[in-house]
Design a protein. Structure first.
Lengths: 609, 372
């Protein structure tokens, strides 16, 4: 075989040298480009590693959070007042649903869905990402749920599931104190730093204790972390972390008493509070009329909500914290104490009540036509004589009066964390000058002495002050929880003076002629207390004549009926305050309600204990 | 007498075997191993792609050895035949080709598909090497030889471009230009050609298919449209970048395994490798590729005939071009044109072409003392 076709010739030698030179240039180009690629890799893999790692994980993992079961809310005897119920619901999984129209039509056949729900599902569904579940806004009965389950083979992409939802066992009774939960709105989401509230299906506390202790109650959501592929389908479960249900919360409330109080307030608009006088634990606090918190938890309809908003009795207002009233005669024990403390009078000081007094041409009346005659301090409290207290107020002056009232924390919130709580108002000369820009008038001092005029107080403040009398002059901090250790600190009042006032309060309820005598309890255990009738408008002469029939006036001008008291008399344990709006004299409406609360407490809580 | 001939032939074979460039073969084997392991990892051990690739690699490797022991003279003698055979196949493709992804690229031979455009890259190098081996050095820049060369290059280039397959067409042109450069074509011609291309760019752009235009536009607009056409490059960069210095570890890469990186078995295979083995692995792979190129160049240096020299240098350049364009593309330095990574990417014809090319290089080494 001839292996050599050509002998090398001269020209070929030069060709080799050309080729070698050109090759060297190419080699340089190759080095350069490889260097460039190397640098590029260095840039991507070292300097931008973090950026790309995050992007890679974001690609790769998707988390589906599962809201934890909300903590139970218990009363002081471990009765459940808010719990969670299993709800039967269905979700549609986008990407698995092959024919949305068919699925909706079929579901409609089984569940009879509202058109509104169908339309909403249809519009929301389009916006979903692939494989994202969409929960249809309807609670199913067990029968419906099982019907769907047995027809799943025709319902592509329908996923029935059981979820835990808040349920209030006594929605009306506890509405204002417990509040309710709801779906977080844009505002809630923005105020929240972490993404807890973005957990699908989570509900957050919107009002009351549910809102204040939301963090404790909400628990920690569980989550499933999936590895997903580029199409968004879960490839495998990387991690499953169980959620931790929220802590059960034991409150100081007493379910039975709360129910009774709600029932006794009945159709009155108002509020009632019962409190332990040593610990400040609130046993009952009811505001009426109330509303169904379960409806709020599931999303109340707009017409229903508007109805609540328009109601002139204001069901949405928490009256025991946000209701501000002229305390009326309920303030008198404090006025009497102020007089004694300032040594203006002693307990034997008497004053003559003729039914009215003239002050620079202005007339001030006692509630009792014809007056009480000569009367001492104890009887003035017992019979609630206005003229006597005008005199005490005149002798004290408004600033000394205000000072004592403020020692009972009027004019400031009693609780730390209720946003809706109002502060009330304790007027004095400085306040009027600063706020109203006018000088204080003597007449205003007089009516402050009977709890009218500028002075405003909330039922919680009134109840607290009564508790502080009852325990002999120790500070009380109202609370809805049991675990808070309340330390007793003396208020700087003479114990002897407190005792005098307490005796007067006992007399007011238990001696004939006392304003609350009609509501007294006849058993071994008795309660003491002071009625109050708070005027909403200045009375005209005609009104005075009509006083026997207050219901003749327009609702919003009728008097508020108040009562504040404590019991049992011998060994005080409880303080109670009742305010019934626009319902008439304190003795007629508020005192009987308080009486039945004391009756319950004495019979069921003391005798049994 | 017959016995002696037989014995001497066996001795000759043993002698040749000892002369075989072992280091190049080892490097090829390592590359093959890496490629099979990578494909296995992309599918997390599922599927059959890595097995198919293994079979193809073994088959191509046997071809490589056969080619290596075939005298380089065979390729010299049949270079024109080979070239015209490929041209014929490219034309036939127009009529009976298998359409995939909008382009007619494959010929169906029943149990396997062949992509003639891939083989055309080899053919153009061979035909130019033979042509310039014949042309005297002083005639290299004469009009006649230029004209012949231009025709030899443009026919396969245009045929492939019309398939349409921009990536392969560019590579054919690149391989051809590389060869012309090596044989000593006047620099002025290159420069003026370059200027003409620049001037013609708007017309070329206007003549492009919409998807090709999109790719070019995207390249100059990177990361503006993350879910659109730039998606692949961004996902590829995420894969590479998230690997970091040491990588996520074998079988732990997620970008390709979860299909975020498209074409993960073929053009973007490097992305997965870099994700799992990090900067260190990537640089080692880069070094391996570079060593192969250097080795091929070295074999060219040792050859005593111009044909072998031209072929080795041109093939080395072609090999380099594949790697450069592919890596440039997956790291976001160059626009996306469908260029596979030699041997690593899944794809039979490209593998076979590269192995035949490397076989001719090995043969050049075995017969480097011989003149053509």
């Amino acid at each position: 075989m001839k292996l050599f076709k050509h002998r090398p010739e001269e020209g070929y030698q030069t060709k080799t040298s050309i080729i070698n030179r050109r090759k060297a240039i190419l080699t340089t180009a190759k080095y350069t480009f490889f260097g460039l690629i190397g640098l590029r890799l260095l840039w991507l893999q070292v300097f931008q590693k973090n950026k790309y790692s995050i992007l890679s994980d974001r690609n790769r993992f998707k988390e589906w959070k599962i809201a934890a079961e909300r903590g139970l809310i218990l009363d002081r005897f471990n009765n459940k007042i808010a719990e969670n119920r299993q709800l039967y619901r269905i979700a549609l999984i986008k990407g698995d649903v092959t024919d949305l129209d068919f699925v909706l039509a079929t579901l409609n056949k089984f569940l009879r869905l509202d058109n509104e729900i169908i339309e909403k599902t249809r519009t929301d569904f389009i916006k979903l990402r692939k494989f994202q579940p969409y929960v249809i806004n309807k609670n199913l009965t067990w029968a419906e749920f099982s019907k769907i389950n047995s027809n799943l083979f025709i319902l592509n992409g329908v996923q029935p599931f059981i979820s835990m939802e808040r349920h209030y066992n006594y929605p009306y009774e506890f509405a204002h104190v417990l509040g309710y939960v709801g779906v977080p709105n844009e505002n809630d989401l923005q105020n929240q730093k972490d993404d807890l509230f973005r957990t699908p299906g989570i509900k957050i506390g919107k009002l009351g204790i549910e809102k204040i202790l939301n963090r404790e109650l909400i628990g920690t959501p569980g989550f499933t972390r999936f590895e997903v592929n580029a199409a968004g389908r879960a490839v495998r479960t990387v991690e499953f972390v169980d959620g931790v249900s929220g802590n059960a919360l034991k409150t100081s409330l007493d379910l039975e008493l709360q129910k009774l109080t709600y029932q006794k307030l009945g159709r009155n608009a108002g509020s009632a509070i019962a409190m332990d006088i040593k610990t400040g634990e609130v046993l009952a606090c009811v505001s009426t009329p109330s509303f169904d918190t379960n409806k709020f938890a599931f999303g109340i309809t707009q017409p229903e909500f508007n109805e609540l908003l328009k109601n002139e009795r204001k069901p949405l207002i928490n009256k025991f914290l946000s209701g501000q009233y002229s305390p009326g005669s309920v303030i008198k024990p404090i006025i009497a104490l102020a007089a004694l403390e300032n040594k203006i009078v002693d307990q034997d000081y008497t004053h003559f009540c003729s039914g009215k007094i003239d002050l620079y041409g202005q007339e001030f009346y006692c509630w009792k036509d014809g007056g009480h005659g000569r009367i001492n301090l104890k009887d003035a409290v017992k019979k609630s004589c206005d003229i006597y207290f005008y005199e005490l107020a005149r002798l004290l002056g408004v600033d000394r009066l205000a000072e004592t009232i403020r020692k009972f924390d009027f004019g400031q919130p009693t609780l730390k964390d209720f946003d809706e709580e109002k502060k009330g108002l304790v007027p004095d000369t400085k306040w009027k000058k600063n706020v109203l820009g006018k000088p204080w008038l003597l007449g205003e001092t007089l009516i402050t002495g009977i709890g009218q005029g500028y002075i405003l107080a909330t039922p919680m403040q009134i109840c607290k002050s009564m508790a502080e009398f009852a325990n002999g002059g120790y500070k009380v901090n109202p609370t809805f929880y049991l675990d808070e250790k309340s330390k007793l600190s003396r208020m700087d009042f003479d114990a002897e003076n407190i005792k005098i006032i307490k005796e007067a309060l006992v007399a007011a309820t238990n001696e004939p002629g006392g304003t609350a005598y009609g509501s007294r309890l006849n058993g071994n255990l008795k309660f003491a207390g002071k009625t109050g009738t708070s005027q909403v408008t200045k009375l005209t002469a005609k009104d005075r004549e009509d006083n026997a029939n207050p219901n003749s006036r327009e609702y919003k001008y009728r008097d508020h009926s108040l009562f504040a008291g404590y019991g049992p008399v011998e060994e005080p344990k409880y303080a109670v305050a009742v305010v019934a709006e626009h319902s008439g004299p304190g003795s007629r409406i508020a005192a009987p309600i308080a009486s039945s609360m004391f009756d319950f407490l004495f019979k069921k809580r003391i005798s049994n204990a | 007498m017959r016995e002696t001939v037989k014995v001497s032939k066996i001795f000759l074979l043993i002698e040749k075997f000892q002369k075989l460039d072992r280091s190049l073969i080892y490097m090829i084997l390592v590359l093959g191993l890496i490629s099979i392991l990578s494909l296995y990892s992309i599918d997390k051990g599922q599927g059959t792609i890595y097995l198919k690739h293994l079979l193809r690699f073994v088959f191509a490797f046997i071809i490589l050895i056969i080619v290596a022991f075939t005298h380089v003279n065979f390729w010299y003698r049949y270079a024109y035949h080979f070239y015209f055979l490929i041209l014929f196949l490219l034309v036939v493709l127009k009529f009976v080709g298998v359409t995939a992804k909008g382009a007619q690229r494959w010929l169906d031979f029943g149990f396997f598909h062949v992509q003639p455009s891939e083989v055309a890259k080899l053919a153009i190098i061979l035909v130019l090497a033979k042509f310039y081996n014949l042309v005297k050095v002083e005639n290299t820049n004469k009009i006649f030889s230029l004209l012949v060369a231009a025709i030899l290059i443009l026919i396969p280039f245009l045929l492939v471009l019309r398939q349409p397959d921009l990536g392969t067409a560019v590579l054919i042109l690149g391989a051809a230009l590389g060869t012309l450069w090596i044989v000593g074509l006047n620099r002025k011609i290159f420069i003026s050609g370059f200027i003409i291309v620049i001037l013609c760019l708007p017309f070329i752009f206007a003549g492009m298919k919409p998807y090709q235009k999109q790719r070019v536009v995207n390249f100059f607009n990177s990361e503006r449209d993350p879910l659109g056409a730039n998606y692949q490059v961004i996902q590829s960069k995420i894969g590479i970048g998230s690997g970091g210095i040491f990588g996520k570890g074998y079988l732990k890469g997620s970008q390709s395994s979860l299909d975020f990186v498209p074409e993960n078995h073929t053009d973007f295979v490097f992305s997965h490798f870099a994700e799992e083995f990090g900067l260190i692995g990537s640089l080692l792979l880069l070094w391996l590729f570079f060593s192969i190129i250097k080795r091929v160049t070295l074999i060219g240096d040792q050859s005593k005939n111009s044909f072998s020299k031209i072929f080795c240098y041109a093939f080395a350049f072609n090999f380099f071009l594949y790697i450069a364009i592919n890596l440039g593309m997956v790291t976001g330095l160059l626009p996306v044109v469908g260029v596979p990574l030699p041997i690593l990417s899944y794809g039979g014809t490209a593998m076979l072409t590269n192995m035949i090319g490397l076989g001719i290089v090995l043969s050049s080494k075995l017969y480097n003392e011989d003149f053509i």
